[in-house]
Design a binder for this molecule. Structure first.
Ligand SMILES: [Zn+2]
Length: 562
């Protein structure tokens, strides 16, 4: 062999190996999944609309036109044709009592988004039919009687007896009152003749009507049966399926109960946790017990599935606003105690997410925080006022100066009717959405479900855009509604900041986690009154399909189709 042919052979070998290697690399670099031919509402900073997304592992690797993305596909890339459907980032609820919700979900007759009394009663009937006589039929909030477009009168025991004759019934309407049938009155030991219990509403003859006022129903709810871990686990799984079906992928979780959290941790370890959970908790205890525990709190020890991110949601129980009280009057000694605790939180440089709803409470908290801030700056700690249904422009100015956030939890989505009764016309500014949006403050949506509110994000988005609560009654004035784009941003990109995941979540962009929702219709262009009817057809978390309408039929879906 001549030197020349040797060189040639060497070159051929070299080129072939390199070719094979680069082909192999192309295959390895190719996305696992391509979704194309859609309307990708990326919710990036410029609110870009794209056609296709490529996913590799748990992350988004490319977003662009069909041609740009299709070109990346390798022989093993799975392809999903979106057939023109809209896709949004996975929806984030910045404040839900997630873990507690799972402990009762399976046994509750949920009325999230149900605008008809007839349909609600039908769901009770169906539930009772699936039970043995004597077993409880109940729900724990997430609805209010004013959401029923066909009849807003309180339930009577006779009406409930007719629908469910052989089982005790307890229905908790928001945090306002409860309705019982005759069996429940009996089982709970409520006397048929007059007693001094003012929470039990009675007719002229002293007979209980089945209606129990706020002062009394919590105690009754405490008497419902509890469940063992295996049952709670099954119930939690069912709830997460329903949340995914609603398009939800991530939660700020108010209270991460120590007896339930291990269920989530186990699923996370097995790679099958279908929600991301960011806990808002406090160490517990009061006064001298509590203070030293604050500095010992260790946040941010987790990952992008489970982590502990905020101190909350209460600093001092005495200053925890109730839901349906016209005004609050925080006492100086209570505020002094509040400040002592909040100072420790600032000193430990912990993020704070605190329940603050009524205008006087918000003002009083800001007075304290402004003083604390002088000694222990809280800027960049993401201190957040939560619920804020009575937040106003002057509060917003003060909060912006402090670098604070507003977690907006519009109880009006179910409570708009009650709010009007309690607060009069001021209810039409609760929450003052456009004032908040225009202030430029960092804000995001949460539900505060599963008891204080319904949990369906498109029902909340519909309220934000149209001002209408469940059932269609107008409860927010037109000057306070916001655009669909701003409302969606508050459920995604901005909410990512409320779970400290802005680098990972909240928009469909290369490098972020592949949490996506494919919708059955286009949120941006359908008539506003149809926003509440949007149904996700697929929900993906970290590149895994968590919900697929063609395969899964969790509880709410089964309910709603009946
Ligand atoms: Zn709260």
């Amino acid at each position: 062999m001549t030197r020349r042919s040797l060189t040639l052979l060497f070159l051929v070998v070299l080129l072939t190996t390199a070719g094979a290697r680069s082909m192999l690399r192309a295959q390895q670099d190719a996305p696992d999944l391509v979704l194309s031919n859609g309307k990708i509402i990326t919710v990036d900073d410029r609110f870009t609309i794209a056609q296709a997304v490529a996913v590799k592992g748990e992350r988004i690797v490319a977003v662009g036109s069909n041609q740009e993305i299709d070109r990346l596909a390798g022989p093993n890339t799975r392809k999903i044709d979106l057939r023109g459907r809209a896709v949004t980032p996975g929806l984030i609820d910045n404040h839900m009592h997630l873990l507690r919700g799972g402990t009762t979900w399976q046994w509750e007759v949920r009325w999230d988004g149900i605008g008809s009394r007839k349909q609600a009663l039908e769901l009770l009937r169906t539930r009772a039919a699936a039970l043995k006589p004597g077993e409880w039929v109940f729900n724990l909030g997430g609805w209010a009687i004013e959401q029923f477009a066909d009849d807003k009168r309180p339930f009577t025991r006779e009406e409930l007896d007719q629908v469910v004759p052989n089982n005790p019934v307890l229905l908790q309407a928001s945090y306002r009152e409860a309705y019982l049938n005759s069996q429940a009155l009996k089982v709970l030991g409520i006397s048929e003749t007059a007693t001094p219990d003012a929470a039990v509403v009675r007719d002229g003859a002293g007979k209980p009507t089945g209606r129990i006022l706020e002062a009394g129903f919590r105690q009754l709810v405490g008497k419902l049966p509890t469940h063992q871990r295996a049952e709670v686990e099954a119930s939690t799984r069912l709830m997460i399926g329903d949340l995914n079906k609603a398009g939800l992928t991530t939660f700020g979780s108010a209270g991460c109960e120590a007896d339930v959290l291990p269920i989530y941790q186990q699923w996370a370890a097995e790679g099958k946790l279908n929600v991301r959970v960011f806990c808002i908790t406090s160490p517990g205890g009061q006064g001298d017990q509590l203070l030293p525990r604050i500095a010992q709190m260790k946040l941010f020890q987790g990952d992008n599935y489970i982590d502990q991110t905020f101190y909350g949601e209460s600093v001092l129980g005495a200053l925890h606003d109730p839901m349906f009280v016209r005004t609050s009057d925080p006492k100086p000694e209570e505020l002094a105690q509040w400040r002592k605790i909040a100072t420790e939180i600032a000193k430990a440089r912990l993020p704070l997410h605190v329940h603050a709803n009524l205008t006087n409470t918000i003002s009083a908290f800001l007075d304290q925080i402004e003083e604390i801030h002088k000694e222990y700056p809280i800027k960049n700690l993401r201190w957040t006022l939560a619920h804020v249904n009575q937040l106003n422009a002057s509060h917003l100015e003060r909060m912006k100066k402090l670098g604070m956030y507003a977690a907006v939890h519009p109880w009006a989505v179910i409570n708009g009717g009650i709010n009007h009764e309690v607060f009069g016309d001021a209810a039409e500014d609760m929450a003052a959405l456009r004032t908040i949006q225009n202030s430029g403050i960092m804000w995001g949506f949460g539900s505060d479900g599963t008891r204080a509110n319904q949990i369906l994000p498109f029902t909340t988005l519909a309220w934000a855009v149209t001002g209408k609560m469940v059932g269609g009654a107008k409860v927010l004035r037109d000057t306070q509604t916001i655009s669909r784009e701003d409302a969606l941003i508050a459920f995604t990109r901005r909410n990512a900041f409320f779970v400290f995941q802005e680098d990972n979540l909240g928009s469909i962009q290369p490098g972020k986690l592949a949490d996506l929702v494919v919708l059955d219709r286009d949120y941006l262009t359908i008539p506003a009154d149809q926003i509440r009817d949007i149904r996700p057809v697929m929900t993906m978390i970290g590149g895994r399909v968590a919900y697929d309408a063609e395969k899964d039929s969790p509880k709410l879906r089964a309910q709603n189709s009946k």
